[in-house]
Design a protein around this ligand. Sequence first.
Ligand code: FE2
Length: 344
Amino acid sequence: MRKMCTVVVADDVQANIDLLTGLLVRDGYTVHAALDGGAALELVAREQPDLVLSDVLMPVLNGFELCRRLKGNRLTRLIPVVLVTALGERESRIEGINAGADDFLTKPVDAHELKARVRSLVRLKRFTDDLDSAESVIVSLALTVEARDAYTRGHCDRMAAYATAFGAHLGLSDEEVEALRRGGYLHDVGKVGIPDAILLKAGRLTSDEFAVMKRHTNIGETLCGDLRLLRLVRPIVRHHHERLDGSGYPDGLAGSDIPLLAQMTAIVDVYDALTTERVYRRPLTHEAACAEIEDEARRGWRSPELVGEFMAFSRSGRLEELAAEPPGPRPLAGGASVMSPAAR
Ligand SMILES: [Fe+2]
């Protein structure tokens, strides 16, 4: 069952608080009140309410500043803020919009309007809560996979950084760049369904083991489910091991049938695998990794145009800058030669 809906009311006039509280409590909301913006900020941090209803003129922090702080904090930015302004305060509304306010009510507050606005914003908040938690569960799973293998530590963060920078270099839309970021975290989430004996095996995988390993693409796609938020991410998860000549998996797609974002993710996946230390080899230099990727294009695995763009992007120096960021060096263990993780 859902928790009761909570509203924080901020107003420096006790009579206004009493009025708003009375209306909301009658409608089944739990109300916490603050007499200034500073106290309201603390209350919101503590109670994580479903909505904030704030007056504009208040001591310590005014309503705009309160709103700005709430919207600027990752932990509170999704909480809707309704500012209560005096009639005809056009300037206040504009400043409120700039501060990130979600809606406005005019004094004196009309009870029906208050209830309708609060109800619809709380419904929206619950919806974003659901999306937020669904995505964070999947990202946690992806990081769990990464944590199982000491040699891939930081891989998700780097993948997300490389892929979004590459996407920005190509001038992709914000939505596509965001999908690349999420794809960076989620591309290998399906490895959660691959046993340690295969995932962490230092030696060459047998063909049966490789067949199991390949399933991480399908498992990952299933884990992403029907979330609309992951609409553009799902093809990345499923197709990041396809090759341009059709020799990849899981579907053996060829040429432009392979989604562009999946092709981009495949290139940065190879780059990261080659430039980080693995159980069987030291990291390649940036130049050697780029040469290897160009070689994959010559072999027919990658699009020569896309690899050309990747090389142009790499010459900007951004890739090496991102690669140089933490986490630091990983332990080196000896010897066995295996199929490269990027090829897995
Ligand atoms: Fe993968």
